[in-house]
Each structure stands twice: as C-alpha cells, then as structure tokens.
Design a protein around this ligand. Structure first.
Ligand SMILES: [Zn+2]
Length: 188
C-alpha cells in the first residue's frame, strides 16, 4: 500500500480553502439540517451524528461528507452525500454541488493512491425508478474499478469478513484523505 502523497494533499487543501472564509462550518451544517427536514429514519441524515468508525465516514466537508457504502459494488465504493436531506440533484444548492464535486475528485485520487484503482464508475441514481436504494437523500456513487487482482482492497476482500473489511478500508481511505477544508479534525 502506498503512502499518501504529500504533494497531492497540498493540492487538495488549496482548492476548498475559500470555504473557510465564507462559511462557519458547524453553523452551516446546523442551519442546513434545520432547513432540510432532517429525517431521523434516513441513514444519510443520521450518519454524521455518529463517529466516523460507526458510520464508516472517511471525510467530512462543510456541505457534504463521504462514507463507505455498506453494500459495496466493489471494495472502496464511496458515497458522497450532502448533509441536507434533499432528494434531487437539481435541488442541491450551488455550494452542495461544488463540494459534492470536489469530494468526488478527492475520493478518486485517494482510491487511486491507496487501492490503485484503474477506473471509476461515478453517478447518481435519481428516484426509486432510477434505481436509488435510498431515494429521499441524494448520494453520489464513486465506484473504483480494478483491472487485475494484485491490489490492496480485493486482496483483503478475499480474506476478511465484510465488517472487518469495511473497517480496514475506512481507515486506509480516511488516513489518505487530504486535510479537512475547514481545518476540523476528521475524527471528532
Ligand atoms: Zn436524509
């Protein structure tokens, strides 16, 4: 497994830096949850209230966060969700769209680094008829694709139970993730 590249981490930190000046992260999250009809039964609403380990969260942004899919299509399968309970991509705010995009990019770089992913499938299933498992809360899939067997995630996938695998994958991805744009601890 390769070490996180210092050079790419600096690149990541530079892009979302503008958010620091424009937003108070905790307040923004609180307000958006209030406006977005926080649904206690929605796993993507409740996940951010849990620890990173419990919720399989690998990164927390200002408007959106990233967690491992509990039912991965491939090891390392990430979901990028806005904190706000919003179903449709065309109802996401420009800030949410921007951060879902930047977190998706960061996820691709991290997975390329730590698991040597050779390709990706990225996208959103919109609405139940569109194939969304949790249709009420927007989430972008980032699915790494592997051409061969000699990479980290598939190897542990073959030798460990699913919960153990997810925990190990979460640690690997979270540790390789660039610094939080808001300067928050990634493990509150
Ligand atoms: Zn929700």
């Amino acid at each position: 497994m390769s070490e996180p590249a210092a050079e790419s981490s600096r690149d990541f930190a530079a892009a979302p830096d503008a958010f620091q000046r424009l937003w108070t992260p905790h307040r923004a999250v609180y307000i958006e949850k209030g406006q977005g009809a926080h649904d206690d039964d929605c796993p993507f609403c409740s996940a951010p209230d849990k620890t990173d380990e419990e919720a399989l969260i690998v990164a927390r942004g200002v408007h959106a966060y990233v967690l491992l899919n509990l039912f991965p299509y491939n090891p390392g399968h990430l979901l990028v969700c806005p904190y706000r309970h919003v179903a449709s991509y065309d109802r996401a705010t420009p800030e949410e769209v921007a951060e879902i995009g930047s977190l998706t990019q960061a996820g691709m770089r991290v997975l390329t680094d730590v698991s040597r992913a050779q390709g990706f499938n990225i996208g959103m299933n919109q609405g139940t008829v569109g194939g969304a498992g949790i249709a009420a809360h927007l989430h972008q899939h980032v699915v790494p694709r592997y051409g061969g067997d000699s990479n980290f995630f598939p190897i542990i996938a073959e030798t460990k139970a699913v919960t153990q695998l997810l925990g190990d994958v979460r640690i690997a991805v979270a540790e390789a993730w660039p610094s939080s744009p808001a300067g928050e601890s990634p493990n509150p």
